[in-house]
Write a protein that binds this ligand. Structure first.
Ligand SMILES: C[S@@+](CC[C@H](N)C(=O)[O-])C[C@H]1O[C@@H](n2cnc3c(N)ncnc32)[C@H](O)[C@@H]1O
Length: 194
């Protein structure tokens, strides 16, 4: 891992944290993933040698930068979805600033609309948006996750356990999938086909 990347992304993370501390309203906050979780995503992508990556919930692109840093080494293409155009543009600018923008397609879209119409298959999917929509997203996620070695990662399953319980049970009740929870950061739920 390049020390330059680590130092630069830490400065950005501190900046986003300062923003979030200034806002009490949850939706106004950027709510970026914890650095230790982001590091794990980066390692998982390198291990999987992912080629096609989907992120649901770009925010200001902190997690996207970690995905893109790994995507540079695996020659992957990332599509990241954000409903808020201003945030998506900010995320794009950050990717330009890190010279990682060529690996990322920034889409301003309601994730539900994208999931309903896409015919693509993804090796790696990060789900980090509004938790009350996750059960609906599960109507589409199995179709777009690659059956051979595809990995879905869902953030905040320990920090917001009660909000994701229905979703977790829905996935766990499906005998086609193996799952586990990693108590890293806010808690990551990992899902893969058997
Ligand atoms: C927890 S933040 C994502 C943080 C980001 N992954 C990171 O670590 O930097 C969730 C984001 O999902 C976006 N979002 C909420 N509902 C959405 C939807 N239906 N479609 C796309 N994005 C959505 C929010 O605007 C917010 O920026």
């Amino acid at each position: 891992m390049s020390l330059e990347f680590l130092a630069k992304i830490d400065v950005l993370y501190q900046h986003f944290q300062a923003h979030d501390q200034a806002y009490s309203d949850r939706l106004s906050r950027y709510r970026n993933i914890e650095p230790e979780s982001a590091e794990l995503l980066n390692v998982l992508i390198r291990t999987q040698q992912s080629k096609r990556i989907l992120e649901i919930g770009t925010s200001t692109g902190y997690s996207t930068l970690w995905l893109a840093h790994a995507a540079e080494s695996t020659s992957a293409k990332i599509t990241t979805l954000e409903i808020d155009a201003e945030r998506s543009e900010l995320a794009h600018q950050n990717a330009v600033d890190f010279s990682l923008d060529r690996f990322v397609e920034f889409l301003v879209s309601d994730a539900q609309d994208y999931l309903r119409q896409t015919t693509e298959k993804f090796d790696f999917i990060l789900l980090d948006a509004e938790r009350d929509a996750y059960c609906d997203y599960w109507n589409y996620l199995p179709q777009i996750l690659k059956e051979k070695g595809g990995l879905l990662v869902v953030d905040n399953v320990v920090s917001h356990e009660s909000e994701v319980n229905d979703f977790l049970n829905l996935v766990r009740d499906n005998p086609k999938f193996s799952t586990t929870i990693l108590p890293i950061g806010a808690g990551l739920f990992l899902v893969t086909y058997n």
